[in-house]
Design a protein around this ligand. Structure first.
Ligand SMILES: Nc1ncnc2c1ncn2[C@@H]1O[C@H](COP(=O)(O)OP(=O)(O)OP(=O)(O)O)[C@@H](O)[C@H]1O
Ligand SMILES: [Mg+2]
Length: 228
């Protein structure tokens, strides 16, 4: 028997928000495992805690209790520097709105995470061009985000998120603000890329058609994660 090391493992994750006297228990013990290569949709109503869960998995926020392990590395007790390092090397994040750097070209936005990881300029640029080509936006490499369409920006954001070959890709409604045809293109590109790199992806979406095409679907019910 071979033991697969999960790309992402959440165990007993709890998170509440305090607002004055009251407390909102958003996550009440989330258990979730993503194996390498798995594409998992996270489908739950607005306010259920999808973004909270993704931010905790991305090490952008801390759980109150519970553990988060990325590619077998337990992050409990890691300091800020180690969390940032692990996030840079092993996690890719895609938001509903692209979060690209406005003063940098598409190519520069994608090369930046690789440069931060110590990859040389030429190598990073070649890899970024190949990724953007795979996503169908190579002709737009020298444009800044303000000169790109919404769908093009999201594809650049996907390229940036996978540039460092992360173990886990976390996406928060990546096609949420795109028209159906563009959403379809972006989603198809996303799946192709995930399949070709073998990364695990957790994708929050309100789009049931797209969710149906992933390997598994999970939801959040009363702060717990359940298979659908
Ligand atoms: N920083 C915060 N402080 C207080 N409450 C918060 C904070 N962030 C989120 N919440 C609350 O936690 C709950 C879960 O929010 P979250 O953003 O995770 O939901 P979501 O499932 O992503 O919703 P949507 O589909 O609308 O994006 C909501 O009730 C929200 O108001
Ligand atoms: Mg959200």
């Amino acid at each position: 028997m071979t033991d697969t090391v999960p790309a992402l493992a959440l165990e007993g994750v709890e998170r509440s928000y305090r607002e004055g006297e009251s407390r909102l228990d958003v996550l009440r013990g989330v258990d979730l495992v993503l194996n390498p290569g798995e594409l998992v949709a996270l489908v739950a109503p607005s306010g259920a805690g999808k973004s909270t869960l993704l931010h905790i998995a991305a090490l952008l926020e801390q759980a109150d209790t519970g553990t988060v392990a990325i590619a077998g590395v337990d992050t409990t007790g890691l300091g800020d520097a180690a969390r940032t390092e692990l996030r840079r090397s092993s996690i890719g994040m895609i938001y509903q709105f692209h979060h690209l750097l406005p003063d940098f070209t598409a190519l520069e936005n994608v090369t930046l995470p690789m440069r931060l990881a110590g990859v040389g300029k030429r190598e990073a640029e070649a890899a970024a061009r190949a990724l953007l080509d795979e996503l169908g936006v190579e002709p737009r490499v020298s444009h800044r985000p303000g000169e790109l369409s919404g769908g093009e920006r999201q594809r650049v954001a996907i390229a940036r998120a996978v540039a460092n070959r992360p173990a886990v890709l976390l996406a928060d409604e990546p096609t949420g603000n795109l028209d159906p045809a563009t959403a379809e293109h972006v989603f198809a590109a996303f799946v192709r890329l995930a399949r070709s790199t073998g990364l695990a992806a957790l994708v929050a979406t309100h789009n049931h058609d797209l969710a149906a095409r992933m390997d598994r679907r999970v939801t959040l019910v009363n702060g717990h994660c359940e298979e659908m």
